[in-house]
Design a binder for this molecule. Structure first.
Ligand code: ATP
Length: 305
């Protein structure tokens, strides 16, 4: 009897684990908002990333036909460079990231990576090439080690420790009772929004994609956490084509190119300094943020120059 019971008990355990993982994956995709299925073309080839140049060419998009979200958006992120998108809430910033990841297809125009229309290549190869650090990362009820390495179960200890270091997580992990083996998530240790985002950065580093999308958390983080994230972001984006969806302007001052989106249209582009001098939409956003979030890491308009 015991011989029968043991495997059944084990199967029950496996079943519960699988259910939990599926629930986590559903939540992950739920958070990334993936309501419709886009399909690969028959015989679609894999994306071949040669340098990692990303282009949005006159992109238009709507979720519902009666409500256009993006109109005539053209952007280019040269290989290895960083472009930041800013703009008021609802302007369409996160939608750009969802389109690049091909959760939806553009309604008009096209998005290319190294000249290949992303609708023409397999989704698997597209998503392998892009690392996303989402606004809100879902953690599995498991160890930090598992949460960092789940995309790459073969990852060596050395690679995990390097990712931890680059994501500025060393201090956080040193303070935990079981270090990397500390269980986090709903049933384990609660971690802050900033720590979660750094875990997502470490996860992305293990994947080591040529293209990075960083969707900044909308909720404000304490200034220590925000500083650690910005440092980590600057380091990990140094050699990657990076799209930053910025909800706070302190994140973007060092970006080579800032694009200001308003009601789905590009209304300004330039560097932080150029945009302030222009005294337009960006300068107004900056002014607004200084008045409402005066404690943000870099409060001087010239900071980061
Ligand atoms: P925030 O800074 O507040 O995150 P955002 O600029 O990133 O805003 P998006 O998330 O891109 O804005 O949303 C742009 C518009 O599209 C908003 O009006 C939003 O309500 C709408 N929208 C977003 N996702 C969907 C969806 N899945 N279905 C329908 N409308 C959506």
């Amino acid at each position: 009897m015991i011989q029968l019971f043991m495997p059944l008990n084990f199967l029950g355990f496996v079943y519960r684990e699988i259910r939990q993982s599926l629930a986590n994956i559903e939540r992950l995709f739920g958070l990334l908002e993936k309501p419709v299925q886009v399909e690969d073309r028959p015989d679609a080839p894999d994306l071949e990333v040669t340098s990692g140049q990303v282009r949005f060419e006159q992109v238009a998009f709507h979720y519902q036909p009666e409500r256009p979200i993006l109109a005539d958006v053209s952007l280019e992120i040269p290989a290895g460079h960083k472009l930041a998108v800013v703009g008021p809430s609802g302007a369409g910033k996160s939608t750009l990231a969802r389109l690049l990841f091909r959760f939806f297809d553009v309604t008009d125009g096209r998005i290319t990576i190294d000249g290949q229309d992303i609708r023409e290549v397999t989704q698997q190869s597209l998503r392998r090439a892009i690392g996303v650090v989402p606004q809100d990362t879902v953690l599995f009820n498991s160890s930090i080690r598992y949460n960092i390495a789940y995309g790459d179960p073969e990852a060596s200890e050395e690679a995990i420790l390097r990712a931890v270091h680059l994501a500025h997580l060393d201090d956080f992990i040193e303070r935990l009772p079981d270090g990397l083996d500390t269980v986090v998530g709903e049933r384990g240790l609660k971690v802050s929004g900033g720590e979660k985002q750094r875990i997502a950065i470490a996860r992305m580093l293990l994947k080591d994609p040529p293209i990075l999308v960083f969707d900044e958390a909308t909720s404000s983080l304490d200034s220590g956490s925000e500083k650690a994230i910005l440092q980590a972001l600057n380091e990990v984006s140094a050699r990657r084509t990076t799209l930053v969806i910025a909800h706070r302007l302190s994140t973007v001052k060092d970006a080579e190119q800032i694009v200001v989106l308003d009601q789905g249209r590009v209304v300004e582009r330039g560097t932080h300094r150029e945009l302030l001098a222009r005294n337009g939409a960006y300068a107004r956003l900056w002014q607004h943020q200084q008045e409402h979030e005066p404690t943000t890491a870099n409060a001087s308009p010239n900071a980061g120059d």
